[in-house]
Design a protein around this ligand. Structure first.
Ligand SMILES: Nc1ncnc2c1ncn2[C@@H]1O[C@H](COP(=O)(O)OP(=O)(O)OP(=O)(O)O)[C@@H](O)[C@H]1O
Ligand SMILES: [Mg+2]
Length: 292
């Protein structure tokens, strides 16, 4: 059996060339994408996936070209929410074509290929370092997806991130400083605390945080057409980043997410107006982003 010291160079794996080739594929594939935006939080269940999809919908309604990469490989929600469950990955003109929602948003989600009853298991060979190993496999997959799909000419490519403050930073490190971050919180001190931790962690690197959105900011009662309180918490979030807007909880939005149907009544309801407002704030923040 060969020992570590018997391996000469890369042992014939061409690992450096492979990495360089993948980097080139990714750079070429994203060359016509104007903005890369990662929607994260740190906290789970606060509406990252919902806001990713419906902000994309609001921007799409304004004529922008948008795609979503559901980077939550183990808990992919976009396939169901965007209505692309069971969508087939078919060859495009030179890479794999992106499945599209009925309103024309390109969506990659692991949930299109793996049924909800099945978990995506990253084979784990190193138990002691399984966290590192898992993250490595996850990012290898992210790199493959970025390189393999036809992103084309886009105004925005949005990444729907998984929960976890430390994973948010791992994604930031992988995606690099060209990707901007939009953080999602809800008006609870618990969630705000986790988001504050993500902000602190992101600020240690060269990452650009555009601001945050406060989701579930009140409950929209369709019967009385009024927004009622949902969480009892101070108005001041304490987060030292810009607030790009608030979005109420609307049971109809939750229902549409479960059914995989876009919100078509955008300007007509408080939640639609709120999403449209945040979408415009997001564009404004992207335009103000300093060049690197
Ligand atoms: N403003 C809202 N109005 C109504 N329902 C909402 C709203 N925001 C989120 N939801 C619902 O709350 C649930 C959780 O939202 P979502 O899956 O988007 O959270 P998440 O932060 O992406 O979760 P995870 O951390 O698991 O990725 C979903 O069922 C979604 O439809
Ligand atoms: Mg999610």
């Amino acid at each position: 059996m060969k020992g570590y010291h018997d391996i000469v160079g890369d042992g014939g794996s061409r690992i450096l060339e492979q990495v360089a080739e993948q980097r080139t594929r990714i750079t070429e594939g994203l060359a016509r994408v104007r903005h890369l935006v990662a929607v994260g939080s740190g906290k789970g269940g606060v509406g990252k996936s919902t806001l990713t999809l419906h902000l994309a919908g609001a921007l799409r309604a304004r004529g922008l070209r948008i795609a979503i990469l559901d980077a939550d490989f183990n808990g992919p929600s976009q396939a169901r929410m965007a209505g692309v469950q069971g969508a087939l990955f078919v060859p495009g003109s030179h890479k794999v074509a992106l499945p599209r929602t009925s309103n024309g948003i390109g969506v990659f989600s692991m949930g299109s290929v793996i049924p909800e009853s099945e978990a995506l298991e990253f084979e784990s060979a190193a138990h002691g370092e399984s966290q590192t190993w898992r993250a490595t496999r996850e990012f290898a997959l992210l790199g493959e997806i970025l390189g393999a799909f036809e992103w084309g000419a886009l105004d925005l490519l949005m990444f729907d991130l998984p929960p976890g403050a430390e994973r948010t930073v791992q994604y930031a490190d992988f995606l690099g400083p060209t990707t901007s971050f939009l953080l999602v919180t809800i008006p609870s001190e618990v969630a705000r605390g986790v988001v504050a931790r993500s902000v602190a962690a992101l600020s240690k690197g060269p990452h650009h945080v555009l601001g945050y959105v406060e989701n579930m900011s009140g409950y929209y009662c369709r019967d009385c057409d009024a927004i009622k309180p949902l969480f009892v918490s101070p108005d001041d979030s304490g987060l030292e980043i810009p607030c790009l807007g608030t979005v109420p909880f609307d049971p109809e939005l939750a229902r549409l997410c479960d059914m995989g149907v876009p919100l078509t009544e955008l300007p007509a309801t408080p939640v639609g107006q709120a999403l449209d407002h945040v979408a415009l704030q997001l564009l404004g923040a992207l335009d103000r982003k300093p060049e690197r």
